[in-house]
Design a protein around this ligand. Sequence first.
Ligand SMILES: NC(=O)c1ccc[n+]([C@@H]2O[C@H](COP(=O)([O-])OP(=O)(O)OC[C@H]3O[C@@H](n4cnc5c(N)ncnc54)[C@H](OP(=O)(O)O)[C@@H]3O)[C@@H](O)[C@H]2O)c1
Length: 270
Amino acid sequence: MSDRHKTKSRQSSVLITGATEGIGRATALRFAALGRHVIAVARSTQRLQDLQSDIDALGSGTCDGITLDVSDAAACLQTIGEAAGRWNITTAVMNAGIGQYGPFARSAWSDIEPLLRTNIDGAMACTGAVLPQMMERRDGSIVLVASIIGKRALPYNAAYCASKAAVIGFADALRLEARAHGIHVGVVNPARTDTRFFERMTYSTPQSQRRHVPTASPDRVADAILRCSTQRKREINVSPGGKLYTFFGVHFPRLSDHLLYHSVPKSTET
Ligand SMILES: NC(=O)c1ccc[n+]([C@@H]2O[C@H](COP(=O)([O-])OP(=O)(O)OC[C@H]3O[C@@H](n4cnc5c(N)ncnc54)[C@H](OP(=O)(O)O)[C@@H]3O)[C@@H](O)[C@H]2O)c1
């Protein structure tokens, strides 16, 4: 075993859910490049091993993988709780999430339920599992990855928007509870990001038309996550377009309704 690996149980570790692809993977590589020990969580053991190999090849940082389906809250409390007992988790990034597209009236509950369990239960249960040790040490940073459409919802994404609004509400409440214990709670709201997220999400109807939407790179979101944690930021809306969209949505809700109603292509089947 290398010296790098021998010392990792004493190092401060960063836990990242959904760490094997897209934003989570870019974030894992960013933290590893800073020499951090990354605890990567995802369902695919193969992709966790691929990430570990990539971090080994970096020659900076170390990585342990945890195969876990975060939609199972009881399993999160158990498994992440054990990880928090074993390692010194000082940063936790709750990033795992899935999407669903289509008119709510036509969306199957069998698509919606796993989304709510993954995006809400998973984020809350993993947070609950790392909190006791952070509170004991009076130190730690928790970053929740939500979405700009959790700030201003978009039609045909009702369940997804609801799940991300729930994450933002959870973070807003927890931030004030955790502050007295020296723990930071931040939210990063990505705009559309170039990952396989859209291939993996479920669709209750085909998208009526592919729109050109400016897309951020996963690295850009990873930078925001790192900044949110290290600078103990309250909330970061990623990308100028995301900031503008959120500003209009929050301050001009009726105008925003009007613009979205007329600009988002109507689903062909309602
Ligand atoms: N891409 C965007 O445009 C965008 C915009 C705003 C917000 N976001 C949010 O950003 C986060 C990351 O999105 P992304 O685009 O990077 O997605 P992605 O490329 O699809 O990656 C998702 C990651 O989460 C893991 N994951 C999914 N379900 C899981 C589960 N039940 N348990 C454990 N791990 C799970 C996946 O690995 P396994 O499949 O192996 O489990 C994968 O590592 C999500 O919360 C998403 O809602 C994305």
